[in-house]
Design a protein around this ligand. Structure first.
Ligand SMILES: [Fe+2]
Length: 291
């Protein structure tokens, strides 16, 4: 059975038609979905009723090893008892809506800054797979920006400047922008990582800007100058023509390529409405998908 894609934005993002990922096992179908990720960078699958276990199993079938060193894992133990399953919700361990001043809520508000998952780790995240379990009755959208189209649109002089530059990424830095402080002990576990500012997809050779709110400085540059460059590039890359806004429906799974996109959650009344999603992210290392 051929996998069918319907493009949702002029540059990127496609809906994958009528496919139950829980039953997808064969190499050909998985390869076609990987091909779709190469082309569209964000894929939307409707009506996927994943259990936690099924979501974890699919992620491994699709792309290999899973990320377990998330920032949230440093803050509090996962309520699912599995650090590969990231809790993207406004709920505490009893399933109650978090209080406005709960530390976990304040930490998660950082997801409203443009970022790419786990760039503050080495290896960083490759594919993130977010499953919508409980969607509020009000808009609680996620925006995605195409870092390949943003790179392509830069002029040749800027592209030449960016060649060979690297940035240091730190979640302590990005959370601090919003006034959230980790303890010294937490900071010890979150030292950050250095990654190239421009990345090349090894399968397609397509280049993309690799940016995130976590990017704290350019290696070898004075800190203020590096931060200004990062700010300019982020402004450029998140202009409306590069951005797709996703309105979630219950049961959806969205997969995005963290090497080729940034994303951010948009505000909603999270003291009033429950919102419950689960994220699994794969490690950006060689894997069957990269071969
Ligand atoms: Fe994220």
């Amino acid at each position: 059975m051929a996998v069918a894609f319907r493009k949702l934005h002029p540059h990127f993002v496609a809906e994958v038609m009528a496919l139950d990922l829980r039953g997808i096992n064969d190499r050909r179908a998985l390869d076609e979905i990987r091909g779709g990720m190469d082309e569209y960078a964000v894929l939307v699958f409707r009506d996927q009723s994943f259990t936690d276990r099924e979501q974890l199993e699919f992620a491994q079938r699709f792309d290999g090893a899973l990320h377990i060193k998330t920032g949230a894992a440093v803050l509090a133990k996962s309520r699912f008892d599995n650090e590969a399953l990231t809790d993207i919700s406004n709920l505490d361990e009893r399933g109650e809506i978090l209080k406005p001043d709960d530390r976990r809520r304040m930490y998660s508000l950082g997801n409203r800054l443009w970022h790419t998952d786990a760039s503050f780790q080495d290896p960083p995240g490759r594919y993130s797979m977010l499953s919508a379990r409980v969607v509020p009755p009000v808009a609680a959208d996620t925006e995605f920006a195409d870092m390949r189209a943003a790179y392509d649109a830069l002029d040749a002089g800027i592209k030449a400047t960016l060649e060979d530059l690297s940035a240091h990424h730190s979640i302590a830095y990005s959370r601090q922008i919003l006034g959230f402080e980790f303890s010294e002990e937490e900071r010890e576990k979150l030292k950050g990582a250095v990654h190239p500012l421009v990345r090349t997809n090894p399968r397609t050779q397509r280049r993309s800007l690799y940016l995130a709110s976590h990017a704290s400085r350019i290696i070898g540059w004075p800190v203020p100058e590096g931060r200004l460059l990062l700010r300019d590039l982020t402004e450029h890359a998140t202009q409306p023509q590069f951005v797709y806004r996703h309105a979630w429906r219950g049961g959806e799974l969205v997969i995005w390529d963290n090497r080729a996109t940034m994303h951010r959650g948009r505000p909603f009344d999270d003291g009033q409405h429950r919102r419950e999603l689960r994220r699994v992210t794969t490690l950006d290392i060689d894997s069957p998908a990269a071969a």
